[in-house]
Design a protein around this ligand. Structure first.
Ligand code: SF4
Ligand code: SF4
Length: 458
């Protein structure tokens, strides 16, 4: 793997868009092996010749062609047929254009079909041109093309499913009401469009879901057509859906605009942050699988899951599905009402000691129980202190009692760092304190709290 990692504004998986202002890289879909990180800072790993390499990028665009399937071998695809076809020597055979064979085609293919029919007529007005369709779809100047093709005596034949058959030899059988036709000629058919072959693998790499037809874009098809479920990841063409053919230019422009906007700055969508307690997480991957926005990845160092704040869209699905209750919202602690004597206690030690005491040693205090004091962050401490004139006491576990291995140590470090910050700001560091207890230390708890209340109330 190369030493320094280059950073780009945008990485294209598949085909790049023409654009001079952005720094960009293009990777073949088959080379991509992993994506980590979030909008603004994705790291993509890919196979480069013999070795694995990496790049960093602020945005990713998946832009692959559709897979096409034609009903019979030997017929031409309406997506690909061009001038060279019409110039072929067998131009005197009837031209048969089938716009919608088994399924309706995109409006862009109506346009292609109409243009092809007109081109054939302009080159040889006597040539028979049959145009089969289930529904004519209009975009741009399709209506004018249609009217012109009728004037040029293109034969339009409407059909429903089952009224049109193509044999393996390319013969066309049409039967509707009292018309029966058996035709052969130069056959051009709109293909059935399917998601690009690599889309399923890319969905796994980017940890996003696919729609029922296998495409990546299932939401906001018309309003924000190329957004994926993951912020900073855009999908075009054969990753996005059949309509991508119709609005190619608009969708490219929209995507580039979004990317440029992202480069100016991206903010978290919610002030509350979701975080995973690495001491509780058992790396079962449930949250990773259920997150609809690919906002969760594994932190290899901590051997725990990690929520990426810019990618998170605050649906709380991960919180509701985590079997260990390891994911919390930062707002959960701050939501408590604030008083002059606040205590945060671990439910595995101080809370149990409290239950064992003869009389409630915490009467009159504002108490918040947490699964582990390691979930208390410095910002929680500052919010508590800023919201009252009083003091804050945090009661964690002694080492032997801590169910989360080093949760007590981590909280002590947080408190010590908060004290030093308070000192630097010329504020009283004694407003926050930390004490360790075991569930059996009911008497110590009462004594300690009595001392602390006495000091606070002085
Ligand atoms: S669901 Fe909970 S325990 Fe499972 S990996 Fe996610 S955070 Fe960890
Ligand atoms: S809150 Fe929703 S979007 Fe955010 S990490 Fe959890 S599941 Fe993903």
């Amino acid at each position: 793997m190369s030493g320094s990692i280059a950073h780009y504004d945008v990485a294209y998986i598949g085909q790049a868009l023409k654009e001079n202002e952005l720094s960009q890289v293009t990777l073949p879909a088959s080379s991509l092996t992993e994506c980590r990180g979030e909008i603004g800072n994705f790291t993509l790993s890919y196979q480069a010749e013999e070795e694995l390499d990496q790049i960093q990028t602020s945005n990713v665009v998946i832009n692959l062609p559709h897979q096409e399937e034609l009903p019979v071998e030997g017929c031409l695809s309406l997506t690909g047929v061009g001038d060279e076809f019409l110039a072929e020597a067998d131009g005197d055979k009837p031209l048969i254009i089938i716009q919608d064979y088994q399924e309706l085609s995109a409006a862009a293919l109506s346009q292609r079909g109409l243009k092809l029919a007109l081109q054939a007529k302009s080159e040889d007005p006597a040539r028979e041109v049959y145009y089969f369709y289930q529904a004519m779809r209009f975009m741009d100047d399709n209506d004018e093309l249609y009217e012109e093709a009728r004037r040029q005596e293109v034969i339009f034949l409407k059909h429903d499913l089952g009224e049109l058959e193509i044999s393996q030899d390319g013969e066309v059988f049409y039967s509707r009401e009292d018309i029966e036709l058996n035709l052969s000629g130069k056959l051009v058919v709109a293909p059935e469009l399917k998601p690009a072959a690599e889309v399923e693998r890319l969905a796994r790499i980017f940890n996003i879901t696919r729609g029922p037809e296998g495409y990546l874009q299932v939401d906001n098809v018309y309003l924000q057509p190329t957004l994926s479920g993951k912020r900073g990841l855009y999908v075009l063409g054969g990753a996005r859906g059949p309509n991508a053919l119709t609005y190619q230019q608009e969708e490219r422009e929209y995507t580039l605009q979004e990317i440029k906007r992202n480069l100016i700055g991206v903010e978290e969508l919610d002030e509350e942050e979701r975080s995973v307690d690495d001491q509780k997480c058992v790396v079962c991957y449930t949250c990773y699988r259920v997150c609809p926005h690919g906002a969760i990845q594994r932190d290899e160092e901590l051997n725990s899951m990690q929520i990426m704040p810019l990618a998170c869209q605050s649906c709380n699905l991960c919180i509701s599905r985590c079997p260990m209750g390891a994911i919390t919202r930062s707002g959960e602690i701050e939501e408590q009402p604030q008083s002059d004597r606040q205590v945060i206690i671990c439910e595995n030690s101080a809370a149990l000691a409290r239950e064992k005491a003869d009389s409630d040693p915490m009467a009159g205090l504002e108490v918040t129980e947490v699964p582990c004091v390691s979930t208390v962050k410095k910002e929680h401490i500052y919010q508590r202190l800023a919201g009252s004139e009083g003091d804050l006491l945090i009661l964690g576990c002694i080492s032997e009692a801590c169910k989360h291995l080093t949760g007590h140590d981590r909280c002590e470090q947080v408190v010590s760092s908060a004290k030093s910050d308070l000192e630097k700001l010329d504020l009283d560091p004694e407003r926050v304190n930390y004490q360790r207890l075991s569930p059996r230390m009911a008497a110590d708890l009462s004594a300690y709290l009595a001392d602390w209340k006495g000091e606070v109330l002085q």
